[in-house]
Ligand binder design. Sequence first.
Ligand code: NDP
Length: 254
Amino acid sequence: MKFDEAFSLRGEIALITGGGTGIGLAMARAMHGAGAKVVLVGRREAELQAAVASLGGGAHAFTHDVTDFAGAAGLVERVTRDVGPVTCLVNNAGIHLKKPAVDTTPEEFQAVLNTHVVGAHALTRAVAPGMMARGHGSILFTGSMASIFGIPLVIAYTAAKSAMVGLVKGYSTELAGHGVRVNCIAPGWIATEMSRRALDGDPARKAKIFGRTPMGDMGEPEDIGWAAVYLASPAAKFVTGVTLPVDGGVSVGF
Ligand code: NDP
């Protein structure tokens, strides 16, 4: 395979949840640059439309709440009809909840799990049959360092991102024989609205995090975008079931 072909996403249709902002938008930009049509999914129409306008031709927006589990199949049908069959799904939508574990109510805990885990499962099971029938597909998840080591004050998020790694292991083994690869990217701290909300006003937490990050700084959303291109591309055709840290070294320690 030639270099250009190995990293090309020409002919692919990538549905990216949370694609209107932050890491999801950076993934969309990188995948679009690699030749894919991109379908951005989120709850806020205005963010999605602005993101589509910033990408130009070959980008589409669909409003959908990933916690509408029953609506997942309908979303995939609409995308298939209006854009084409989804060949790459990126389960990236996420919410953050910073609270002491003992103060986190079951309802709050459930809401975080619903977005990251049940929502991702609902969409994955909606796209997987088509991918298996075509013998071609790639499914990505945006995980977190929170599945690799414990982080105080994010109990529900930690549980959700750890369960996400379970989804990757389960789906990857079940779909591997059908030409469908399933992988996860575990970002370290990346400069987005979510990390700003989690860290602003907490300089001690910020100092602790960067003190133990070997590269000493936050990553940029595009760092995750390029990793997504690699994992979705033919260059990674023998890669499935992995969780790839993109984290400035934080997962290996000081
Ligand atoms: P953002 O807050 O910018 O992105 C979150 C996105 O998820 C938004 O576009 C939001 O769109 C979408 N979203 C949230 N809930 C739903 C829902 N129910 N249905 C559909 N879309 C939803 O933050 P990031 O870009 O940082 O986060 C993206 C992912 O990266 C998340 O999974 C996060 O956990 C993960 N991550 C982030 C890190 C960081 O340091 N920034 C580190 C590790 C992981 P809308 O509100 O319009 O629905």
